[in-house]
Design a protein around this ligand. Structure first.
Ligand SMILES: *Cc1c(COP(=O)(O)O)cnc(C)c1O
Length: 393
């Protein structure tokens, strides 16, 4: 099909939630390269929103998934599943969690985390059900996670929302102290807010959240759906802060492009779920967990995590060296970077980069979100920076 034919079908038959999409349709990927229906190749610094962690067409991923598809795509969670058990082991052995649960998306992982926090306290007969989250956060599009997300634009059409979510300004310690009370079950935060433009939490604020949770019998839920699985140069961003959340969630990068979500928790919390409390048809199935095993094994046992850390440091340095009076601020850690402009030029810059065959994300009108595949090389970064510098001239 031609691009025009595909676009016409989309506009006629697909619900219009994505508006005017970027006018590209890809048919093939290799490494950080994506080729479209017209045979043009683009360098991917967006990775399907921080998803394609191994890049596209990663040979080992292709081989293992082919084998998995030939053998077994799906069986129910009423049976034992080898790759599910192996991925659970890898996640537990490399994180602060004692147990994990698999879902299919980030929102669903967060739903599960919220349910687990509620169950933990209801088991103890405690009236704790409030959850403190942050303004400009993003936790997903389901009704509970929309209520958790501190952005009016996502909530407005869906009122009345699930109750008892309290939103405070990020990095506002006084507001955090004031927001928690005896009925607060959890504080739920991203350590680097992704969707709203790559805004890291400061250490003081994160430390306070940890301390308040300890002192006041609350759980700390860290949403690592975007920051997790190597994105920041550590397996999880909570390691950057030297903390251990009670529950953390992940999704985007975990399957390298195959849909999967997960949440992990300490035993004391995880054991609040007993048979029947939570479940899923697709979550943790043989295909998605096989993909997760490949990503985790590449990260932990084949040097990808070290590579992502080094490439991320290099990327940060090159961005800071970038000379342009149009840049207001450069934020982020590892291979998760935001470039904020002084003026509302983010969409124009993204379009100009597209003309140069580089794919980036634009957040709102002022921020570029740069989240390339973790396999990105220093040379890829050099040419990206050269092009960005020229575009900004
Ligand atoms: C993308 C994202 C989500 C939602 O994930 P979906 O897979 O789209 O449901 C939740 N939290 C954060 C931090 C995200 O970046």
């Amino acid at each position: 099909m031609t691009f025009e034919e595909i676009k016409a079908l989309d506009q006629k038959y697909y619900m219009n939630t994505f508006g005017e999409r970027t006018p590209l349709c890809f048919v093939k990927g290799e490494g950080i390269n994506l080729t479209d229906v017209n045979g043009e190749t683009y360098k991917d610094f967006f990775a399907g929103i921080a998803v394609s962690s191994l890049g596209h067409g990663h040979p080992r991923m292709v081989r293992e998934l082919k084998e998995q598809v030939e053998n077994l795509l799906h069986v129910s969670n009423v049976y034992y599943i080898e790759s599910q058990a192996r991925l659970a082991q890898m996640l537990v052995e490399n994180t602060c969690a004692d147990r994990v649960f698999f879902a299919n998306t980030g929102a669903e992982a967060n739903e599960g985390a919220i349910k687990l926090a509620k169950k933990y306290f209801s088991n103890q007969g405690k009236e704790k059900y409030k959850i403190v989250t942050l303004k400009n956060s993003f936790h997903g599009r389901t009704l509970a996670t929309v209520a958790a997300t501190g952005q009016e634009k996502y909530q407005k059409p869906y009122r009345p929302l699930l109750e008892k979510f309290v939103h405070i300004e990020a990095n506002d310690c006084a507001a955090l102290e004031n927001a928690v009370d005896d009925q607060t079950a959890a504080i739920m935060i991203e350590l680097i807010q992704g969707e709203s433009g790559v805004h890291p939490m400061n250490r003081e604020f994160v430390d306070l959240a940890v301390r308040l949770c300890k002192e006041r019998d609350m759980l700390l839920i860290v949403d690592e759906v975007q920051t997790g699985v190597g994105r920041t140069g550590k397996l999880f961003a909570y390691e950057q802060y030297g903390i251990e959340p009670d529950i953390f969630t992940m999704a985007k990068g975990l399957g390298g492009g195959v849909p999967i979500g997960a949440f992990g928790a300490k035993e004391r919390v995880a054991s609040a779920f007993v048979p029947g409390d939570h479940g899923t048809t697709f979550g943790g199935n043989p295909l998605s967990t096989r993909a997760g095993c490949v990503v985790m094994d590449e990260l932990v046992n084949h040097g990808l995590l070290d590579h992502a850390a080094e490439a991320g440091t290099y990327f940060g340095r090159k961005l800071l060296e970038l000379q342009s009076d149009k840049i207001a601020e450069i934020r982020g850690v590892g291979l998760m970077r935001g470039v904020e402009f002084k003026e509302e030029i983010a969409k124009d810059v993204a379009a100009a980069m597209m003309e140069r065959h580089y794919l980036v994300g634009a957040v709102g009108t002022r921020v570029l979100r740069l989240v390339p595949p973790l396999v990105v090389t220093d040379e890829d970064i050099d040419t990206f920076i050269e092009n960005l510098e020229e575009v900004l001239k």
